[in-house]
Design a binder for this molecule. Sequence first.
Ligand SMILES: [Zn+2]
Length: 325
Amino acid sequence: MINRNRERHQPINSGYSNTNNTSNNINLSIDRIEIAKETMNFLMPFPRIHAILVKPNEKIPLEPDWQHKNNYPVTSTYVLNHLISGGNWGLIHPAGMSVGIDDDNSHIRKAVLSLGNTFSYNTGKPGHYCDIFIIKDEPVGNIPLIDGAYIRGKGGQNLGPGSIHPNGNIYGSTYFNLVPPLKIKKSELLEKFAPVINGKEKLGKNGSKAEYKKPINPESLEMKDLVDLSNFKQNGQKFQGPHPIHGSSTGSNFLVDLDLNSWHCFRHGTGGGPLQWIAVSTGVIGCEESIPGKIQGELFWKVIAAAHNNFGLSYEKLVEALGGE
Ligand SMILES: [Zn+2]
């Protein structure tokens, strides 16, 4: 794994010490794209972090509904081309399972450093940074901090490295700490930031309280815990009956194999294990979509959120039981 900590001692931005505007601008544009590309490659293993388009020299997202629809994997060429053509980009956290922090004063800095060494970069003003963390257990929304700063989780965005602040400074040009984002629990974040938190967390419209539909074995999440097999025909460890979601004309289009801990739908020729079944049974995907490799990245976190809302298990337990990044 790459683990690099780079400090740039000569600011690249044109705000200081430039005598030759033309050549400086050329260097400027090349370098900020390099910074953005390095960030994209570096954040690729963290699919819970997404990218959005932001207007040139501004902090305003370009496309509507960027929280839910118009956001992209960090390696998206669409985003990169937008940067190359002069735009800015933002880092967002659709599932709230990662955060970006406006690290704008010494008190916030202290809270960040008390958590450890994480991916961070300078933002628009001297002494201002953005720090990225991965959240291990449950979603984080937007939490107001002192001086108008925020912990930005679900529904928030920070400009990404290589963006240009309205004052001309380039994000990541003077400080670019390219280490993997630290994985922390939400409770650790809240504890360390308690002295600088200045308001209530907002979780956005999908952050509603969990509804517990039925008790479930919190350790295993096996198919036998997820499907009512009591009226199914049994043949050894195989159980066959009607599909619990879309039904069956024959009464036997759905097979659960307890040995393999798997299911199969004969109507759609699809199937999977508990993760795929939770996705289908909670409506995150249709039965016909349950093909190998389907559930990854943001979709994985949607399934985890659905499982959390349905069964009331912690995110950490669910990721442990269902497998994840
Ligand atoms: Zn089906």
